[in-house]
Structure formats: C-alpha cells, structure tokens
Design a protein around this ligand. Structure first.
Ligand code: S6P
Ligand code: ZN
Length: 185
C-alpha cells in the first residue's frame, strides 16, 4: 500500500501546515464597514478584528475544486455593532458555501439578491448552508473568540465591491445585551 503524508492539521479551531495561508483583518482595514466610523477611527488601528487560516489546493478560479478555511473573530464592538467580517457575495454568484460553528457564539447574516436579510445563530456544532446569490458575513455576539469553519468552491471568488458600495440592508446591533437586526437608515 502506498502511503502519502499530509501535513495539514485542522484542530481546535486552527488550520496548520505548510500550504496554509493566513490573512488578518485589523481595525484599520475596515474603513466604512461599521456604522460608527468615528468610533472606529478613534480605536487602536492595529487591533485585530478577525483572521482566517485557509487552504487552496488548486489555483483560485479553477473549477471543480474546493477551498477550506477557518475564521476567528475577536470579541468586541464598534458603537452598537459587534465585531464582524467584511462580508461578500461570491464573484460567480451561483456558488454556495458551508459554514459551521466551532467555538463562541455569533450570528451568520445572510442577504439575498433582493436585499432581504436574515440571521442564523451560530454556536459550536451549528451547520449553515449559504445558498447561491447570497451575501454572507458573521458577527461575534459573545464575549470570547468566535471560530467557524468554511468550505467553498475554488472558482467562487469574492465580490467585496457590491457590499462596499451598498452595504447590507440591515445591521446586527446590541440592544440591551441582545443581538437584533436594525434596518439601515
Ligand atoms: C470565503 C469564506 C470565508 C471568508 C472569511 C472572511 O468564501 O466566506 O473564508 O472569506 O470568513 O470574511 P470576508 O468577508 O472578509 O472574506
Ligand atoms: Zn464566501
């Protein structure tokens, strides 16, 4: 029997191994993402908001492959809003994705092509299917690191521009200690 070694390890909310890439997103990278831009500007610009370990076994844009990632979002708020990912549609709109909760508590915020927003609560063990044509972002609504896994098609790509220009139609805000969707004014 032929045996090959694989140095990829996915354990305890971290993906490690020589082919794994890492991306960090700091307060300074999130201009215009949160409602309270004034407060964001006054914060420590080098503070970590979230980071992603990801593995791309084929070139991005190749059809037929799958990418795998794990995202860790720090606890925190900017104004009323929880620390969250930037959020995106996929560049090829009909590409779906799976997320699943690993640690911490949070919310997956989904917006379809008609700008209709809904939320799925996340906690360790929850599984989330993100349908085609649906923008997705995750907010950490708890007091510890929120970790979730993701698996998506290798040709999905990222469309950040649509969200940069128009945002999500609703924001998830802390109302008296509870996460609540608020329509964008
Ligand atoms: C990729 C997948 C995730 C996100 C990550 C960070 O399709 O949805 O790996 O890239 O959670 O979010 P964002 O919106 O900054 O890419
Ligand atoms: Zn995605």
């Amino acid at each position: 029997m032929a045996t090959t070694t694989n140095d990829l390890i996915f354990n305890n909310g971290f993906l490690k191994g020589s082919p794994v890439q890492h991306k960090t997103t700091l307060i300074k990278d999130l201009t215009g993402v949160f409602k309270n831009e004034k407060e964001r500007k006054e914060m420590d610009q080098e503070r970590l908001v979230y980071e992603v370990d990801f593995y791309q076994p084929v070139e991005p844009g190749t059809s037929g492959g799958l990418f795998f990632g794990v995202t860790r979002i720090q606890p925190g708020k900017i104004g009323e809003e929880y620390f969250m990912t930037r959020g995106h549609f996929h560049a090829i709109r009909d590409r779906a994705e799976y997320y699943w909760g690993i640690s911490g508590i949070g919310a997956l915020i989904l917006m379809d092509s008609n700008r209709k927003v809904r939320v799925e609560p996340m906690k360790p063990g929850t599984l989330h299917y993100i349908p085609a044509d649906t923008a997705h972002r995750v907010a950490n609504t708890g007091g510890s690191v929120l970790t979730f896994g993701a698996c998506w098609p290798s040709d999905a790509g990222y469309d950040y521009e649509e969200i940069r220009q128009h945002g999500f139609a609703e924001r998830l805000v802390d109302v008296g200690g509870n996460p609540q969707l608020k329509p964008e004014a």
